[in-house]
Design a binder for this molecule. Structure first.
Ligand code: ADP
Ligand code: MG
Length: 446
């Protein structure tokens, strides 16, 4: 079938010969065809004035053109750009209600079978498994926490996939904390009772609610409030709640306080980076899944190289495989792995400068570079400044004196002080740890 736009172009060709060329250029040519529903062609004029002019002077000609190109029964509706916006929004909401939302698909690769169990994660695995087998009955809530890229989302999907398979009658809702927040804010903004009800229905009318990365709730009061109501409501009705976070509940102050009594009936389980053997098993599994041919010594090399984040470990595996493919090889060798990493490293070094790092910090904290390098002593500048100094020290190989010079002629002892202060704080401050890790990826992609 021809697409709507090319059909509309044919209508325009008819119109071009039936109206004056000024009128055509000015009013008709800019019209855009938007949609065809139930024999009505929806077209958009350039402005409200254009719409009036067109309807006043050219309605008949347009009707005729449409009848020839489409069919005798096709009518048209001319709308303004504002009406177009509304039209699109409306369609998106109906799509959400009928489609997407309800048909959330769990990632089919994130299953219990594909989750490699070792010492570091056997308890969290057992907990997740027990909840999947007895939702609402065993541990409620199940709270899983641990660093970035360690398998929290994987486990949520595994529970989801399992329940969908073995208890398909249960209604499961998986959301990120961000999505929950946005939904809530949207329902508040609309001010009408109906959409507030809709929000409640959506989150309380379920058998299993999963909220991923709940730590983001910590700063949003209204959403917090709503979440606690939702939580209590579900919990009282023995509906299963599963939460993940990058930190333990006691470090999300309000959450810990308000849900303390509920947590006693639940299970709080942390997830750690797997040991070397388990990392190897994870890489083997991944290579198998993706049909990568990779030597064992390469796998060991990668497992040894990366020890903090499984996602990064997997990324490096793909990179090595890709690198070998580029060289026309079937299977990656240890040398390929080393070359791939070295290439990575050199490319990074070339682009890296104190400027790149400072720029990234300025963007991240939304401060001016001149302030960061200057003399200001306010907290909102001093902290990012120390972090920039810390990062330069960690990532680059430059003398302290040069760093001092770069930061507006500061003494090297000031630089050491800043560096050590951040390192110390990193030992207990999870927010800072996450910020540093996000900054590093910002810098790597700069
Ligand atoms: P998080 O949500 O904790 O940041 P993810 O669940 O997104 O981490 O996991 C990151 C990647 O690591 C995913 O591709 C996931 O499949 C993989 N992964 C994590 N833990 C394991 C494991 N034990 N076995 C197999 N793959 C794992
Ligand atoms: Mg996750």
């Amino acid at each position: 079938m021809e697409d709507l736009n090319s059909l509309w172009q044919k209508v325009l060709q008819k119109l071009e010969v039936s109206v004056s060329s000024v009128a055509f250029e000015l009013w008709l040519k800019p019209i855009e065809a938007l949609d065809l529903v139930d024999n009505t062609l929806i077209i958009v004029a350039q402005s409200a004035t254009a719409k009036n002019q067109i309807l006043k002077n050219h309605q008949r000609q347009i009707e005729d053109g449409i009848r020839i190109v489409f069919n005798d029964d096709t009518k048209f509706e001319l709308i303004t750009p504002e009406e177009k916006e509304l039209y699109i929004q409306e369609q998106e909401t109906t799509e959400e209600i009928n489609g997407d939302e309800e048909r959330f698909e769990f990632n089919s690769k994130y299953t219990f079978e594909n989750f490699v169990v070792g010492k570091s994660n056997q308890f969290v695995y057992a907990g997740a498994r027990a909840v999947a087998e007895n939702p609402g009955k065993k541990f409620n809530p199940l709270f899983i926490y641990g660093g970035v890229g360690l398998g929290k989302t994987h486990l949520l999907h595994a529970i989801g996939n399992y329940i969908m398979q073995f208890s398909p009658q249960l209604r499961i809702k998986y959301v990120t904390c961000e999505k929950f927040t946005n939904d809530y804010i949207e329902s508040m903004l609309s001010r009408d009772e109906e959409s507030k009800m809709e929000f409640r229905e959506k989150y309380r009318n379920v058998d299993v609610l999963m909220v991923d990365d709940i730590q983001f709730l910590s700063k949003k009061e209204g959403t917090q409030e709503e979440f606690f109501h939702t939580f209590n409501d579900l919990h009282q009705n023995n509906k299963q709640i599963i939460l993940t976070s990058d930190r333990p509940p006691k470090e999300i102050a309000t959450l810990a306080e308000r849900l303390a009594s509920r947590f006693s009936s639940g299970l709080i389980q942390d997830i750690q980076m797997p040991d070397f053997e388990t990392r190897i098993a994870i890489l083997r599994k991944k290579a198998q899944q993706e049909h990568f041919l990779i030597d064992d010594d390469v796998i060991e090399f990668i497992a040894d190289k990366i020890s903090t984040n499984i996602r990064e470990m997997e990324a490096l595996l793909s990179k090595v495989h890709f690198f070998a493919t580029l060289l026309g090889k079937k299977s990656a060798s240890l040398q390929d792995a080393k070359d791939a990493i070295a290439e990575n490293f050199e490319a990074q070094k070339e682009n890296l400068s104190m400027d790149t790092i400072t720029d990234a910090v300025c963007t991240y904290y939304d401060v001016l570079k001149q302030d960061l390098l200057g003399k200001k002593k306010s907290k909102d500048i001093v902290e990012p400044r120390m972090i920039a100094i810390y990062l330069i020290n960690e990532i680059m190989d430059v003398p302290l004196i040069s760093i001092g010079k770069f930061f507006g002629g500061r003494d090297h002892t000031t630089i050491i002080h800043a560096r050590d202060k951040v390192s110390d704080q990193l030992k207990h401050d999870i927010d800072l740890k996450n910020a540093i890790s996000e900054l590093k990826s910002l810098i790597n992609n700069a």
